[in-house]
Design a protein around this ligand. Structure first.
Ligand SMILES: Nc1nc2c(c(=O)[nH]1)N[C@H]1C(S)=C(S)[C@@H](COP(=O)(O)OP(=O)(O)OC[C@H]3O[C@@H](n4cnc5c(=O)[nH]c(N)nc54)[C@H](O)[C@@H]3O)O[C@H]1N2
Ligand SMILES: Nc1nc2c(c(=O)[nH]1)N[C@H]1C(S)=C(S)[C@@H](COP(=O)(O)OP(=O)(O)OC[C@H]3O[C@@H](n4cnc5c(=O)[nH]c(N)nc54)[C@H](O)[C@@H]3O)O[C@H]1N2
Ligand code: SF4
Ligand SMILES: [Mo]
Length: 741
């Protein structure tokens, strides 16, 4: 160890996968982040984790509370204290609640960025009386968790260590993208496990796959119907499990019969023989896992797609078996976040007002209420807010209400660790909604385009600067611990402190009665008989005792206690109880190409990290991908600036020719803005030029019916040349590092 350097064990929260890392500290500051010494976690680290000390020490970091002094979005701020800010925020929020009702307050967060929220935001909202909480998890894992419950009551996590086959539906973990999952897949393959990949693009996972199905963008749900057709027709499912533990098999079979392989081949553009081989491999080479994929979280057929994944897992006998899909339940030794949220205090009449719940109820209180009783029966409590996704308002409906388009006004909007303008669909509507607010509060580390529109921007701490008790989003029953490595700079404070201060400012200090985050953690871990300080110092992971086929004792947490292939809950909500496939709406000749947003960039997490020179060097500009033939037809050339346009909006990007792209498909990068560009309404640091949310539609043809989430994997568009370059400043030397993909 170098002189004067001490170390701490931490969990990286620079993305949402929480790698175990070691921080090296000198003179009270973290100088290096490296991979954990524990062999279980070694090599779970990526460039974003490594660059964290530099990223958080960047001069752009917001260090003090800022209060807007000019017009909204004028970029004029004055520095205030937390006390001054919170007193004013408390009274202005109270005024909104008094005038319009508590439902006029909406909050948007994402779990990982605000890792010390722990359900306290919901707890405060539930006491105030607002159901209108939204999150990026509506497009990413939270919604999958909610939809998985329809079939078997919980959200399984794949047993990567023992599985014999892995199916990636679009999902493409890489060395610098969800590194632990990438490492698990690589080591499973080294053990001999098979890999099946569905991806329209020849991704790096597709290249390593035993079977690659190059399906049409957005057609995953049709593909799974094809698999089921083969598996059911050829009798490759677990007949005993189906007979004993499922309901609705005959109806499912009838629905599946509507999808003969020729039809599936047409809908997906894949060879029927290949579809059949993949299905046979899935069913016969088990236990197989279909790890959660965000790709089916963001499609028109998302609910059916996620349901079909659940159905495949169940009928092939992979639920809760070693090497299969583990239904872990809560860790019994800690107070879980669903308990902290206290959903029972929010009156039913307020729950019923949750935005979006009438038209698209799947993950709202209304859609999930049928699971309260079964969840109590199996998991011992009524509310299981897995991955925070099981009691959300619908984002699009929330922004419409904010914009004054009914059903009632929303007039105060808070966002924590979230960049709403860029992180949902239909940025024009989000912008309209934000400009129509009486109070906007942001808890942020950086002046994002969204924060630029706030009344208050409150400075957030980072994962280096706080301890963390990570309960794996309530999804798995492991609990992990992170030490605080250094003090936060300036006036930066944790999300825990944010909610504590807000509860105080609303005159309701008793809602968050703990003085410090550590006190709160002591309360949460009391059942272990240890303090948080002891646990964090001695324990890397706290496991619940592993048990398999727990359903044999408890049944499944569905109304029937069985796996519901035909969902009684969806039927009760007035939806088709069986999965189905909605085809693309008729095309407009003016938009001959299809786009998707995604292919995550190594150096950034979502909309963040654009301020870090080392990361920007890898991706100085937003890039769209086309193959050579499509570029030629569109009349655009490699390296030139182009516009991508559709009925909703337009973005600019540089064109990169990639032969891994299929014909007529455009990859649009997610979440682009440039911190170095002018702030404020008008430019929003380049968000108006580059943000993909301007192309992500949320009209009915582009919304999943049950959940109301947008279809961002397959949007018609066109690509046109921009004759004059945008004049954007060159950022840094792009040759510093070679791109990986
Ligand atoms: N470095 C880095 N790592 C990250 C992130 C980051 O921002 N940066 N973000 C993290 C987060 S929050 C997430 S959700 C994940 C996302 O990570 P992934 O799930 O890997 O998602 P993407 O990289 O967007 O795209 C994966 C693949 O989906 C394919 N694809 C596009 N449309 C479709 C479709 O309709 N069907 C199918 N089957 N495939 C399709 C694309 O061609 C691409 O190869 O990455 C995580 N990891
Ligand atoms: N249009 C469109 N929308 C999408 C997607 C898409 O591809 N296209 N992808 C979806 C996916 S997969 C996801 S995961 C979501 C993600 O949605 P978000 O969670 O909103 O995404 P981020 O870009 O990570 O925004 C997080 C903000 O949190 C700040 N932050 C980071 N750490 C902390 C912290 O410790 N405390 C606080 N208070 N703030 C912090 C960062 O500076 C950043 O500005 O977006 C979804 N939305
Ligand atoms: S993959 Fe990278 S950014 Fe994500 S937790 Fe691990 S080290 Fe941090
Ligand atoms: Mo995500």
């Amino acid at each position: 160890m170098r002189e004067g350097v001490t170390t701490k064990r931490a969990l990286c929260a620079s993305c949402d996968i929480a790698c175990s890392v070691v921080t090296e500290i000198k003179n009270g500051r973290v100088v290096r982040v490296r991979s954990s010494d524990n062999p279980i976690f070694r090599d779970h680290i990526c460039m974003k984790g490594i660059v964290a000390p530099k990223g958080f020490a960047n001069p752009n970091r917001i260090l003090h509370p800022l209060k807007r002094v000019g017009e909204r979005g004028s970029g004029k701020w004055e520095q205030v204290t937390w006390d001054e800010a919170m007193a004013d925020i408390g009274s202005r929020l109270q005024a909104v609640v008094d005038r319009y009702g508590p439902e006029a307050w909406a909050v948007s967060t994402s779990q990982w960025n605000t890792s010390t929220d722990h359900g306290l935001g919901r707890r405060v909202m539930n006491h105030v009386g607002s159901p209108n909480w939204i999150s990026g998890v509506a497009l990413c894992a939270g919604n999958t968790a909610a939809v998985n419950r329809f079939t078997y009551g919980w959200f399984p996590f794949g047993d990567f260590n023992n599985t014999r086959c892995i199916v990636l539906m679009g999902h493409n973990p890489r060395r610098h993208s969800w590194t632990p999952i990438y490492n698990y897949i690589r080591s499973a393959q080294q053990r001999g496990a098979k890999l099946i990949v569905m991806d329209p693009r020849r991704s790096s996972s597709a290249e390593r796959a035993d079977i690659w199905l190059p399906l049409k963008v957005g057609s995953d749900t049709a593909m799974m119907f094809g698999w089921l057709k083969v598996i059911i027709d050829e009798g490759l499912y677990d007949k005993e499990f189906v007979a004993e533990w499922t309901v609705g098999f005959d109806e499912l079979r009838q629905r599946v019969d509507e999808y003969p392989l020729e039809r599936v081949a047409e809908l997906t553009g894949c060879d029927p023989e290949m579809i059949a081989s993949a299905a046979r491999l899935y069913a016969t080479h088990g236990p197989t896992i279909i790890p959660w994929t965000p790709i089916t979280d963001m499609q028109r057929n998302s609910t059916s797609g996620i349901r079909l994944q659940s159905i495949l897992r169940a009928i092939c006998g992979y639920l809760d078996v070693p090497g299969g899909e583990l239904l872990q339940g809560f860790n019994p030794d800690i107070i879980n976040e669903s308990e902290i949220e206290m959903h029972h205090v929010l009156p039913e009449a307020q729950k019923a007002k949750q935005l979006g719940s009438q038209d698209h109820p799947a993950f709202t209180y209304r859609g999930q209420s049928a699971f309260r009783e079964p969840t109590r029966r199996v998991y011992g409590q009524e509310y299981a807010n897995l991955v925070m996704g099981c009691h959300m308002a619908t984002p699009s409906a929330t922004f419409q209400a904010m914009a004054g388009e009914g059903p009632y006004p929303v007039k105060a909007f808070f966002f924590l660790g979230n960049n709403p303008l860029l992180s949902y669909a239909n940025m024009p509507m989000i912008l309209k909604g934000m400009m129509n607010q009486e109070l906007i509060v942001a808890h942020e580390q950086f002046m994002t385009p969204s924060a630029q529109l706030a009344d208050y921007v409150l400075p957030a701490d980072s994962w280096l600067e706080r301890p963390w008790l990570h309960d794996m989003f309530g999804w798995m029953s492991t609990v992990r611990f992170s030490e605080k490595s250094m003090d936060p700079p300036g006036d930066c404070r944790s999300t825990f402190q944010f909610w504590k201060l807000l509860a105080g400012a609303l005159g309701q200090s008793d809602i968050v009665p703990w003085d410090t985050l550590e006190d709160f953690y002591d309360y949460r871990v009391a059942r272990t008989g240890m303090s948080f300080a002891d646990l964090v110092a001695t324990t890397e992971v706290h496991f619940a005792k592993p048990e398999f086929r727990k359903y044999e004792k408890t049944g499944f947490a569905t109304p029937s206690g069985k796996v519901e292939l035909k969902s009684s809950v969806l039927e009760g909500l007035g939806f088709d109880p069986l999965p189905y496939f909605r085809e693309d709406p008729p095309r407009d000749d003016a938009y001959p190409l299809m786009m998707f947003t995604g292919v995550r960039e190594d150096g950034f997490f979502q909309t963040g990290h654009r301020h870090i020179p080392e990361m920007r060097a890898r991706h100085p500009e937003p890039e769209i991908y086309l193959n050579e033939k499509t570029a030629r037809t569109a009349g655009v050339r490699d390296g030139e600036w182009v516009a991508v346009e559709n009925q909703l909006g337009r973005i600019k990007a540089k064109l990169a020719i990639r032969d891994a792209m299929p014909d007529d498909l455009v990859r649009v990068p997610h979440g682009w803005w440039k911190p170095e560009m002018p702030q404020g309404h008008g430019q929003l640091s380049g968000a108006h030029d580059y943000a993909d949310s301007q192309l992500c539609r949320d009209d009915d043809d582009f919304l999943d019916r049950e959940q109301g989430i947008p279809h961002i994997k397959g949007i018609p568009c066109r690509v046109v040349s921009l004759m004059s370059p945008s004049g954007d400043a060159e950022i840094v030397d792009a040759s510093l590092l070679e791109p990986v993909e």
